[in-house]
Design a protein around this ligand. Structure first.
Ligand SMILES: Nc1ncnc2c1ncn2[C@@H]1O[C@H](COP(=O)(O)OP(=O)(O)OP(=O)(O)O)[C@@H](O)[C@H]1O
Ligand SMILES: [Mg+2]
Length: 248
């Protein structure tokens, strides 16, 4: 990991050409996230949250401003460099899980690790993937395929996959959107625990203000503009405070 912020996005514009006319999706978005910081982004549907996540992941390119992630200037990188950057920098958790249906939980996680760390032996991959699944409480579901897992279990596989390679950044786009509230809270608990244990920075997009309030900082996206939301909260509202990490 490099020193400095894990995310340093400045004056980011993102617009698309739709039927010959520009559609402005993000307008002068700036966001700085420190290593191992956990932030949440809330905001109405269509406001640009996923678009920002795509830019931070290097899956789309900003049309203005600069996006630096883990010291890399994403605007200056070609597709190959961006693919390498993603492999070594970040894991993503999606609302709809995006697991490979023909692979077991173990192989879904193992495949992600193999891509991130191609020098590992098959035995090392198996051991690390099994450990990641055990860490999310699925040690007894290693051989289950996604269809044989509940929604919450599938998302825990998604979480194990996104964290198995021990990367500095985790991006989560409504990871609880397809889960009931209780299961969603369990998954987010796990996500924050894992992140804090591994010093992983997290960008969590959520519609649930109660989940967002558990991040270190909360931002609101409104019509493509991002603002930090002041948080008046007590220690009780934020059980796993940032201090836990600082104390390590
Ligand atoms: N490829 C595209 N072509 C045209 N418009 C797009 C495209 N991608 C996104 N948009 C538009 O950009 C805006 C922001 O979309 P985005 O998916 O970022 O919103 P969001 O905040 O994630 O919404 P939600 O909460 O519903 O997921 C929307 O109006 C959307 O229709
Ligand atoms: Mg979205």
């Amino acid at each position: 990991m490099v020193s400095g912020p894990i995310i340093d996005a400045r004056d980011v514009d993102y617009s698309l050409d739709v039927a010959g006319r520009p559609l402005h999706i993000l307008r002068r978005v700036s966001l700085t996230v420190a290593p191992s910081e956990v932030i949440a982004i809330v905001g109405p549907s269509g406001s640009g949250k996923t678009s920002l996540l795509m830019l931070l992941a290097g899956l789309e390119k900003a049309t203005g401003g600069s996006v630096m992630v883990n010291g890399s200037d994403l605007g200056a990188m070609n597709e190959d460099a961006l693919a390498r950057f993603r492999r070594h920098t970040l894991g993503i958790v999606f609302q709809s899980f995006h697991l490979i249906p023909s692979l077991s939980a173990l192989d879904n996680v193992g495949l992600a690790l193999e891509i991130a760390e191609p020098d590992l032996s098959m035995a090392q991959i198996r051991d690390k993937a099994a450990a990641a699944l055990t860490a999310v409480g699925l040690g007894d579901r290693l051989d289950h395929r996604p269809t044989a897992l509940s929604g919450g279990e599938q998302q825990r596989v998604g979480l194990a996959r996104a964290t198995v390679a021990d990367l500095p950044l985790l991006l989560a786009d409504e990871p609880t959107g397809n889960l009931d509230q209780k299961t969603g809270a369990i998954v987010v608990d796990l996500m924050f625990d894992l992140a804090r244990r591994n010093n992983t920075a997290v960008v969590l997009i959520t519609h649930d203000p109660a989940l967002a309030a558990r991040a270190d900082r909360v931002f609101t996206m409104t019509q493509g503009q991002l603002t930090e939301t002041p948080m008046a909260k007590t220690a009780a509202a934020k059980p796993a405070a940032a201090k836990t990490r600082a104390a390590k």
